[in-house]
Design a protein around this ligand. Structure first.
Ligand SMILES: [Zn+2]
Length: 215
């Protein structure tokens, strides 16, 4: 899911309310009363969405200026339709900034490269070892020496058959490792997963790396 799709999903209730307001203003007033009893956030979103739809060109100009300040590709802004502009206007400059940076990171991954700030290695349940932003590992459990995640930003790239750059690992800590019979500690061993011969502590990228259980 791309950055804008994620934002749309989160804003779905407010967006639906805005559409309903155009069709049945009275009905939405009733609906808003019940929303207000839950905090009134939807009313704020409705007003913002309505206002921002009228100011699409201005919102786009703001986003282009912000894209230039952040040194991200202006195409992320040019690709936005009116609904996308309205949604971003409703979430303010902080949300616009987060969207542009997320869109830039997603484009970098689509190109098979690691975003500049993604310097931490984690173990994704689906992708294996991948690079992510260091802020992510603070909330992940560490199992057998690796921060573990049930999914990651590379999942969508891998599913589409794209290239996934790998953090360096060593065979000595992998379940697929078959040590050399004569010199198991330092000799060239083999890989049960078909990734060739390596020294046990030779660092290299591997998508099939599977950490050995630690006692
Ligand atoms: Zn993944």
């Amino acid at each position: 899911m791309n950055a804008l799709a994620e934002l749309r999903k989160r804003a779905q209730p407010a967006a639906n309310l805005a559409k309903a307001a155009n069709r049945h203003p009275a009905a939405v007033t009733d609906s808003q009363d019940s929303q207000d009893s839950q905090g009134g956030e939807s009313r704020i979103a409705l007003v913002s969405l309505g206002a921002s739809k009228r100011a699409g060109p201005a919102v786009r100009a703001d986003l282009l200026a912000l894209a230039d300040r952040l040194a991200v590709d202006r195409d992320h802004v040019h690709r936005l339709d009116d609904d996308g502009l309205a949604l971003l206007a409703a979430i303010g400059e902080g949300g616009m900034r987060a969207f542009l940076l997320a869109a830039e990171d997603a484009a970098t991954r689509q190109a098979g490269k690691v975003p500049l700030d993604d310097t931490a290695a984690i173990y994704c349940a689906h992708c294996g070892p991948v690079y992510v932003h260091p802020g992510i590992i603070d909330v992940l459990p560490v199992v057998d020496g690796w921060p573990r995640a049930a999914g990651c930003p590379w999942c969508v790239i891998r599913k589409a058959g794209g290239y996934v750059p790998r953090p360096h690992v060593t065979c000595a800590t992998c379940t697929h490792w078959r040590p050399d019979a004569i010199n198991p500690a330092a000799g060239v061993g083999d890989c049960a997963s078909g990734h060739g011969a390596h020294y046990p502590v030779q660092r290299h990228g591997c998508g099939d790396f599977a950490p050995r259980k630690r006692p």
